[in-house]
Ligand binder design. Structure first.
Ligand code: KIV
Ligand code: ZN
Length: 528
């Protein structure tokens, strides 16, 4: 079924609501610091998303600060100045609503409060022990309270996809009456099937008319998040909630790049409907989010995976050379692929490095640039060219540790088939210099054991991946590992160097530092 005008005067525009910094960050191991969140928010504005959900202000001081700083610095900075709107999430309780209202205040008219309350019978019965009437009243009261603080109000009936349709309709109409300007229909547990979900959205859109925007927010538990979101759009939804690279709780959220490119590429199907996203910024945004969350994008991921436009079969290559459209439905350059500039070399100066880092979306302090510059010169000495991917890996391992508890000062190790593997590690903790040595099953094991002796953290390695960021024998090695530190959620760490043992030490230390700072916040989020 093609999209059709369900309602007279219905807008052609689909609003893109990015929740990478809220729902995306909620997945274990993805927590980011404020500098990383600011960089991502800045890049999302360049990408021209319409709304950025910047966090859940009541949950922690860090979340409050990031929503408030993003509201102050990023609202209205998209080209054209009309967006992005900055949104703060809130449960349907007064203290949350007040915190969200305060956090988005610096955005002025471009602030939004997003209130949510579960409406499915399973949540009513087991989570709240309340009946439908109580929930309806709470939802209306919550929206009215939020409306006193902010004009732009979104309401989400959590677990809407499993909510009985008559009740969902009743709640939707009541919250609009109370002042909600957007009603978001979440498939919280990823249970929906496109045709059926599309039917729900069609029903709601027809009942609501042009009184509010109906939005969709789909999780990917059955791998259907994007398909369900698109079914929503085809049936009248005019806001899609999504994340970069599809990151999010459990199997993740609908991926922004897939939803946006499907709407654009199949404009014949999604008749006249469009988004304002600047698709040329997609690859850059994907890389930035991958770097800051330490979640590697799988090679075969649609749109942003390294293989998404790699044609290895000879017959395909031949076709592409004759006419690109024979085997490519999208132009990779329009998504931001192939935009890499000339690589830097060891002769490039600090200014050239700073400019390139800015181009890559990295806003670093002078102190951080100094660190990266030292690492850059080391790589430049070891190999001829320093590529953008080398720089990104370097920024990740050098800059991100600046505000962390421990930093790596020096390692030395002995390995080889006939030697007992041994390592000595020197770390810094503020002004303190800490030195320990250890043997191990290999040089990497010895180095990690020595780090454990210094930090007292005793990590268990659950996963370890080493990859070359660029091609060639002299490529920078990037290590991504997952470690558990005594009962907490597994933590991901990433580090890079032309020396793979050093890259491993940096990655492990990155995980140790994350474990030291992120544990408290992760628990608070899960307690919601
Ligand atoms: O998945 C969900 O239901 C949510 C709501 C808070 C919108 O993330
Ligand atoms: Zn969600």
């Amino acid at each position: 079924m093609k999209t059709e005008r369900l309602i007279k005067n219905m807008s052609d525009k689909v609003y893109i609501f990015d929740t990478t910094l809220r729902d995306g960050e909620q997945c274990p191991g993805a927590s980011m610091n404020i500098r990383q969140k600011m960089e991502i928010a800045r890049q999302l504005a360049k990408l021209r998303v319409d709304i950025i959900e910047a966090g859940f202000p009541v949950i922690s001081d860090g979340d409050f600060e990031s929503v408030s700083r993003i509201s102050a610095e990023i609202a209205g900075t998209s080209p054209g100045g009309k967006g992005p709107v900055i949104c703060g999430l809130s449960r349907c309780v007064p203290k949350d609503i007040e915190a969200a209202g305060k956090a988005v205040k610096p955005a002025g008219k471009l602030g939004r409060i997003h209130v949510f309350l579960a409406t499915s019978s399973i949540h009513l019965q087991y989570k709240f022990c309340k009946n439908e009437k109580d929930i309806l009243n709470l939802a209306v009261e919550g929206v009215k309270r939020a409306k006193q603080l902010c004009q732009n109000i979104e309401f989400s009936p959590e677990d809407a996809a499993r909510t009985e349709l008559n009740f969902l309709t009743e709640v939707t109409l009541a919250v609009i009456e109370a002042g909600a300007t957007t009603v978001n229909i979440p498939d919280t547990v990823g249970y929906a099937i496109p045709e059926q979900f599309g039917g729900v959205i069609r029903h709601l859109t027809q009942r609501v008319g042009d009184r509010a925007i109906i939005s969709v927010h789909c999780h990917n538990d059955l791998g259907l998040a994007v398909a369900n979101s698109l079914a929503g759009v085809a049936n009248g939804a005019r806001q899609v909630e999504c994340t970069i690279n599809g990151i999010g709780e459990r199997a993740g959220n609908a991926s922004l790049e897939e939803a946006v490119m499907a709407i654009k590429t199949r404009s014949d199907y999604f008749k006249d409907v469009q988004t304002d996203v600047d698709t040329r910024e997609i690859v850059k945004t994907s890389k930035l989010v991958s770097r800051h969350t330490s979640f590697i994008v799988q090679r075969n991921k649609a749109i942003v995976g390294e293989n998404a436009f790699a044609h290895s079969a000879g017959i395909h290559q031949d076709g592409i050379l004759k006419k690109r459209e024979t085997y490519e439905i999208m132009d990779p350059q329009k998504i931001g692929w192939g935009e890499t500039e000339l690589p830097l070399t060891k002769h490039s100066g600090r200014n050239a490095l700073t400019r390139r880092l800015q181009h890559l979306g990295c806003k670093l302090s002078d102190e951080e640039i100094n660190r990266v510059f030292v690492g850059f010169k080391k790589i430049g000495d070891a190999k001829k060219f320093v590529y953008d991917d080398d720089l990104i890996a370097l920024v990740d391992s050098e800059a991100s540790v600046v505000r962390e508890t421990y930093t790596l000062d020096h390692i030395s190790f002995v390995g080889g088939t006939n030697a007992v593997p041994m390592a000595a590690v020197k770390l810094r903790k503020g002004k303190e210099v800490l030195l320990k040595g250890s043997t191990g099953d290999g040089p990497v094991d010895a180095v990690l054991k020595a780090i454990d002796l210094i930090t007292g953290k005793r990590g268990k390695l659950l996963d370890y991946q080493l990859r070359a960021t660029t091609s060639g024998k002299d490529a920078v090695g990037e290590v991504t590992l997952k470690a558990s530190f005594g009962g907490e959620e597994p933590i991901i760490g990433r580090g890079a160097s032309t020396d793979v043992v050093e890259a491993s030490a940096k990655a492990y230390l990155n995980a140790v530092n994350r474990a030291l700072t992120a544990g408290k916040r992760a628990k608070a989020v899960r307690g919601v």
